[in-house]
Design a protein around this ligand. Structure first.
Ligand SMILES: [Zn+2]
Length: 389
């Protein structure tokens, strides 16, 4: 990757040819048409709140630096703003009076045209500090991730969109990152995150690529359509929507791409599935409600997915009686944690079954099963303290 520092471009240079598109909610072009101010991977303009935009111009009038700005230079010689879009759009709106706003100067609100010539020149002649980078997408992405630490926090998929920008990203973004897409409601039932921060697009890419998003984006970078991406995503979402009548919040953000791959060849009766899902959702022993869907898809074999907490009464009773008779023989408490204490009257206390709770000797998180062999009875105090750990 090649990086060049430019300090010869001024605010006035960057403002040349700028227009603000109110319908699209973004600023377009600068540097006399050579600069794309809001490429597809950038977020919408959010400084237009009468505070942040004003603060940018105020800074210029006070002679404060605006900070580093980053451009990417494309093969066709055009520049795109990587970081600095909000600042550039703000001062360019002011200078070019495209969606203009006023700043206070000499105790009065002033638009650019009503500023003194000196103040106008001060703004126009302010030099900017701009890094321009060109090169291999993976290098650019790596670099973005580094500058991202100090700068505007772009999320991973925004960084990828920047590194692999082109017709594919433009089309993918227009489809998956548009909150007004008619399918957005359904998508958000199953996919978590903010679509404007590329969360839906990221999931769609993750699923179609089998987890190697960068590789997929590199291969399809110059595609002028997103058919495969769209079809794959639609297929998965339609499958989930068909198999499950239920559409609650527990389903949002599950790895449906993996579940589709694993289970889509199996036939499901939607009515049976719906009944089982309802029953499991109502079952107090199921502590991981998000695991219900894979559990049902897998034929209700892997109970670990549900994080079952409670032992049944029969197991508790048999463990209690075995533990209690052994404890009595030794003259210690039937709560092993009480029996292990150095002192105190509970060391030898025999609890009634109602004063104890069942505990997994090996925790669920470590693969312990809900079986008699993995069950011990603890006094309620010790069980609670263990459970809280
Ligand atoms: Zn105890």
């Amino acid at each position: 990757m090649k990086t060049t520092l430019h300090t010869d471009w001024t605010v006035g240079d960057v403002c040349k040819g700028f227009i603000y598109d109110k319908n699209e909610n973004k600023g377009l072009f600068g540097l006399g048409g050579k600069l794309i101010i809001q490429p597809e991977y950038q977020r919408n303009y959010i400084y237009g709140d009468g505070k942040k935009d004003v603060a940018v111009v105020d800074s210029l009038l006070r002679g404060y630096p605006l900070g580093l700005i980053y451009f990417v230079k494309n093969d066709d010689g055009m520049y795109e703003v990587l970081d600095g879009q909000q600042r550039i759009t703000s001062f360019a709106r002011f200078v070019n009076q495209s969606w203009p706003f006023a700043v206070e100067r000499g105790g009065k609100p002033r638009y650019f045209n009503s500023l003194d010539k000196n103040d106008q020149d001060l703004i126009l002649n302010t030099p900017l500090t701009i890094y321009v980078c060109e090169g291999d997408p993976s290098e650019i992405q790596e670099w973005f991730e580094i500058i991202n630490i100090a700068g505007v926090p772009l999320v991973k998929q925004e960084l990828r969109n920047a590194a692999y920008h082109g017709p594919f990203v433009t089309a993918a973004r227009a489809h998956f990152s548009n909150p007004n897409n008619a399918k957005m409601n359904m998508w958000q039932t199953y996919v978590s995150g903010d679509p404007r921060r590329q969360a839906i697009l990221e999931r769609a890419l993750d699923w179609v690529s089998g987890g190697d998003i960068e590789d997929y984006m590199a291969k399809h970078r110059d595609d002028d359509n997103i058919k495969e991406l769209e079809d794959n995503f639609d297929t998965i979402i339609d499958w989930v929507d068909t198999v499950f009548t239920y559409a609650g919040p527990e389903m949002r953000g599950l790895d449906w791409g993996r579940l589709y791959k694993t289970y889509h060849t199996k036939a499901y009766d939607a009515d049976v599935v719906a009944k089982r899902v309802d029953a499991l959702l109502a079952d107090e022993q199921v502590t991981d409600r998000r695991g219900i869907f894979e559990y049902v898809l897998g034929g209700e074999v892997d109970a670990k997915l549900l994080n079952i907490r409670v032992f049944d009464a029969k197991t508790k009773s048999s463990v209690y009686h075995a533990q209690t008779s052994a404890a009595k023989k030794k003259g210690v408490s039937n709560c092993p944690m009480c029996a292990a204490m150095d002192k105190g009257s509970n060391r030898t206390r025999i609890y009634k079954i109602g004063e104890m709770d069942a505990d997994h000797v090996t925790a669920w998180s470590h693969g312990g099963a809900t079986s008699a062999a993995n069950c011990q009875m603890l006094c309620k105090t010790h069980n609670r303290s263990k459970g809280n750990r």
